[in-house]
Design a protein around this ligand. Structure first.
Ligand code: SF4
Length: 326
């Protein structure tokens, strides 16, 4: 591993000053970054440790719940306000990684984690995300874990997070600090599709810092569910996952939120399927129709065609759990 410098700036402003230099990376839990460094996928000159910044709080706001970027995944998943207001987020967090990793991983770090495409981690293989212009090892390779939505000729990788799928479904907002002050962007717009620049995972500028996320209040707490389908029950990334949230009143669905993981370069919101459910009864039949609508535009590669069946079945199953009709 290449030698690097480690610094721990005293304040958030000092961190913002430090990260303007190229070759600099922020470290919090380090659960992904250290792996990437050990395997030579990334080789920063300097690590900027932010663990001591006061960004761990989970606090109610006028219209929602603020979660600091340094709140640990394990802490968020067991927080009383999260369990009461957004149990879907707790389920999504508990579906991710292992208890040991969740005890180190932060909310901001979870958002910044990189794909688990095996060709990205294998530095002997071509990968446009690791080394732009070298090609995509997965395109003609063993692409069982890869995307069925939103891929490009450059990259067919998927985003690995469960937490992010939950936050995308819950209309969360990302709060970002920069030299010019704070900005807020919808969570669904934080990550990007690969297009011609798969090396860029998200819309965070190099001199910006995630300081938190905010989830607006909603009526989904009673009817939400996170379903993760994976090769083993723990410590495995999703083949397909679904975050489903329903606002049911008088026997009809007033609002629906659906997002998927394991299928695209970013958490994949299913807007048309959501719309199709509004005003309908929460029945298995209506859920199956929504699941079929969600699959429009899906495209498989040689080894992941099974996702074209697994995904709609998972959507339907997650909706049944959310509605309590299993
Ligand atoms: Fe690299 Fe993306 Fe291709 Fe994987 S899918 S090898 S991350 S370019």
């Amino acid at each position: 591993m290449k030698q690097f410098q480690y610094i721990r700036p005293a304040t958030q402003q000092n961190v913002l000053d430090a990260i303007t230099k190229s070759g600099t990376k922020i470290i919090a839990g380090g659960t992904n970054l250290v792996d990437l460094m050990k395997r030579g996928v990334t080789a920063p000159d300097k690590l900027v440790d932010i663990n001591h910044l006061p960004l761990k709080g989970i606090t109610p706001t006028k219209s929602g719940l603020h979660i600091g970027a340094l709140a640990l995944n394990s802490v968020v998943s067991e927080n009383a306000l999260v369990l009461q207001k957004h149990p879907l987020l707790s389920l999504a967090l508990k579906a991710g990684a292992s208890p040991q990793l969740r005890n180190m991983a932060t909310v901001g770090g979870n958002m910044m984690q990189r794909t688990r495409c095996t060709y990205f981690y294998d530095t002997t293989m071509p990968c446009n995300k690791r080394e732009p212009g070298t090609g995509c090892g997965a395109m003609e390779g063993y692409n069982r874990m890869h995307a069925i939505f939103g891929a490009s000729q450059q990259c067919i990788a998927v985003h690995p997070s469960d937490m992010c799928v939950g936050l995308a479904a819950l209309d969360a907002v990302v709060i970002i600090a920069g030299k010019k002050g704070e900005r807020r962007i919808p969570f669904v717009d934080f990550h990007r599709l690969p297009e011609d620049h798969p090396e860029t995972d998200n819309h965070l500028a190099k001199d910006e810092l995630i300081v938190g996320v905010e989830i607006p209040d909603n009526n989904f707490a009673k009817n939400s569910y996170y379903l993760k389908v994976r090769d083993r029950q723990s410590y495995a990334f999703a083949l397909v996952s679904v975050a489903a949230a329903l606002d049911i009143s008088g026997g009809l669905i007033k609002q629906a939120r659906l997002a998927m993981g394991g299928v695209a370069h970013k958490p994949w919101r299913l807007y048309d399927a959501e719309k199709s459910l509004v005003g309908k009864a929460p029945t298995e039949e209506n859920f199956k129709v929504a699941a079929q609508i969600a699959m429009q535009g899906a495209k498989a590669y040689e080894y992941n065609a099974f996702k074209l069946k697994l995904a709609p079945a998972s959507i339907s199953e997650a909706l049944k759990h959310a509605a309590g009709v299993v």
